[in-house]
Design a binder for this molecule. Structure first.
Ligand code: FRU
Length: 480
């Protein structure tokens, strides 16, 4: 049955069938979260891109709707964003019936093949029925390529202070900001980043948004790069700084990553969520995303994560934590104490079921190593741990299951701690074929997928004499 095949994630969005990569057009409107996604409806590999569409009332339970955008004579539909044009600046709707407007990249495969440079351009589509059906704008493209091959992934928001729309666009080795009064005419404001951050690959999928820290406003710029991530392949870096409507100025030149894991890419935030900023990424890596051993469908999204800023170790960092809405699918909370742990080191036996998903939380003053091992009777094992000597967390999937599909897959990934003097806490979200680690209050994150031949049935903890203050097991209910 759909949504219950081997490896199918039970607490994460994935398309019912076929291929997905980036999340697109994430926006909250009239009580509904919209998630569009890079989608190829004819195969389980990347191909001519469409925008798939799913909706949710809580960001957790999703319902897939018909395809929103199909390729056309201007090309495939690459990544982009959706805004609600409340003031009808575009004239595509009315004041009473504002249009939802998608701003996306038209990628012309013929131009690419012919070796031209201007095959990526920005276009519009709009919906007058709250996202159910979409029409392409007749004046497409609205932002023409000036001669930069990589010219894509527009993320647009209404910049109230300047009374204009602002677009962040990935332009090869930098982000270019554009502004517009009406979504149709765009003016270049500035470039950012050609001399800053990581440049092991092309820059993609930017997102610029404000967040408060102790009442003071900062701006965060997310930039995905592929390849060149800290654990190889695709990953998303970020900058914290100031934005004046024209220029983004970072407060620090240190390269920071929203997630060090191999499988969190092209993530951006939902529009229209007020002061709250919720991020969601694609749980994949271009190194092997086309080869992972799922059958009917391929790839999924991370759980939605609440973003906040934190001042620590003399710098400002992003924290990412699972949204509180995830609690809605917690079936029960089982507190595991030291006595129980000593008596029975297979914690799964305590909940008397083989969970595909659960949340594990514990707090400790991290001065020694500890690790958590998931395993099955065939000896496959996924190890998550803390390496005190090098003050870093890791996920080791070298023996976690199938990996013959790609030489790049069987790896151990690390995330350094921002500060070793923090109290260490770790929360894990484990699904049928994915793990997400949130440590130190969400300062250090690792996300990875894995493919055991049989589900894991054992969960044991090696704590090397550490005090585990609280360990909670929260089996999650399936969202499907
Ligand atoms: C990122 C990306 C985007 C592009 C899309 C194409 O994963 O390469 O830059 O718009 O995927 O599917």
């Amino acid at each position: 049955t759909p949504y219950h095949e081997q490896y199918r994630l039970q607490a994460h969005f994935s398309p019912k069938a076929h291929w997905t990569n980036d999340p697109n057009g994430m926006v909250y409107y009239k009580g509904t979260y919209h998630l569009f996604f890079q989608y190829y409806p004819d195969a389980t590999i990347w191909g001519p891109m469409h925008w798939g569409h799913a909706v949710s009332k809580d960001m957790i339970h999703w319902k897939q709707l018909p395809i929103a955008l199909y390729p056309d004579k201007l090309g495939y539909i690459f990544s982009g964003s959706v805004v609600v044009d409340e003031n009808n600046t575009s004239g595509l709707g009315t004041k009473d019936k504002p249009a939802m407007v998608a701003i996306f990249t038209h990628h012309d495969p013929k131009g690419e093949k012919a070796g031209l440079s201007k095959y990526q351009n920005q276009s519009l589509a709009y919906s007058l029925d709250e996202g159910l059906t979409w029409k392409k704008y007749s004046g497409n493209p609205v932002l023409k390529n000036p001669g930069i091959k990589d010219f894509r992934d527009p993320k647009v928001f209404w910049y109230d202070k300047g009374n204009k729309w602002l677009m962040s666009l990935a332009t090869k080795d930098r982000i270019t900001f554009y502004s517009s009064p009406n979504l149709k005419n765009w003016k270049k404001e500035s470039d950012f980043g050609q001399m800053l951050g990581a440049h092991g690959g092309v820059w993609e999928c930017p997102d610029l948004f404000p967040l408060k820290l102790n009442g003071k406003e900062y701006w965060v710029l997310l930039v995905s790069i592929n390849p060149g991530g800290p654990n190889k392949g695709s990953a998303t870096q970020y900058f914290v700084g100031h934005f004046d409507g024209k220029t983004f100025t970072p407060t620090s030149t240190q390269t920071k990553w929203i997630d060090y894991g191999p499988d969190n890419y092209a993530g951006v935030t939902f529009g229209n969520t007020g002061n709250r900023k919720v991020f969601l990424g694609w749980m994949g890596n271009w190194l092997y995303a086309n080869q992972v051993p799922t059958v009917k469908w391929r790839n999924a999204m991370t759980v939605p994560r609440e973003l906040d800023l934190k001042l620590t170790a003399g710098d400002i960092y992003l924290t990412s934590n699972p949204v509180k809405e995830l609690d809605k699918i917690v079936a029960k909370t089982i507190k595991v104490d030291a006595a129980l742990l000593a008596k029975n080191n297979n914690i799964f036996s305590v909940i008397k079921q083989t969970p595909a998903q659960y949340v594990l939380e514990f707090n400790t003053q991290a001065v020694k190593d500890y690790s958590v091992m998931l395993s099955n009777a065939t000896g496959e094992q996924l190890i998550i741990g803390y390496d005190a000597k090098n003050t870093r967390y890791y996920i080791d999937r070298t023996k976690a299951g199938q990996h013959g599909f790609s030489k790049q897959f069987a790896t151990r990934s690390y995330v350094p701690r921002v500060s070793a003097s923090l109290t260490s806490d770790m929360e894990l979200i484990v699904d049928a074929s994915s793990i997400e680690l949130f440590a130190d209050g969400g300062l250090s994150n690792l996300t990875g997928v894995f493919f055991p031949k049989k589900p894991y049935t054992r969960l044991s903890i090696v704590n090397n004499g550490m005090e585990i203050e609280g360990l909670e097991l929260k089996p999650l209910r399936s969202i499907w």
